[in-house]
Design a protein. Structure first.
Length: 94
């Protein structure tokens, strides 16, 4: 599931930093499996790094397992590459 499955758009905007108010707060995200936690965290980190002039070394994202940390790091890296590389954003040719 993606973060679009979060029913309350205002809460999602706060978590991801889309409303900018959320940038001023630390967050603890707790929800059930498939609720979109990872997608929201990726959106938030991407927004913080690209639109809030935050340096990566000033950011702490904590997970409970090495496997989860590796997946999160890879997905954040891909999201940042996609956001900054026009070739990755281009629609696929049919």
């Amino acid at each position: 599931m993606t973060s679009n499955h979060i029913k309350d758009a205002k809460d999602r905007a706060f978590i991801t930093g889309e409303d900018r108010e959320g940038f001023n707060h630390s967050l603890f995200v707790q929800a059930g499996a498939g609720a979109g936690k990872t997608a929201c965290i990726i959106d938030r980190v991407t927004n913080l790094l690209l639109h809030n002039d935050l340096k990566p070394e000033k950011l702490a994202v904590i997970t409970y397992t090495t496997k989860a940390a590796t997946e999160l790091k890879d997905r954040i890296r891909f999201a940042l590459e996609k956001a900054t590389n026009p070739f990755l954003r281009a629609p696929a040719l049919a």
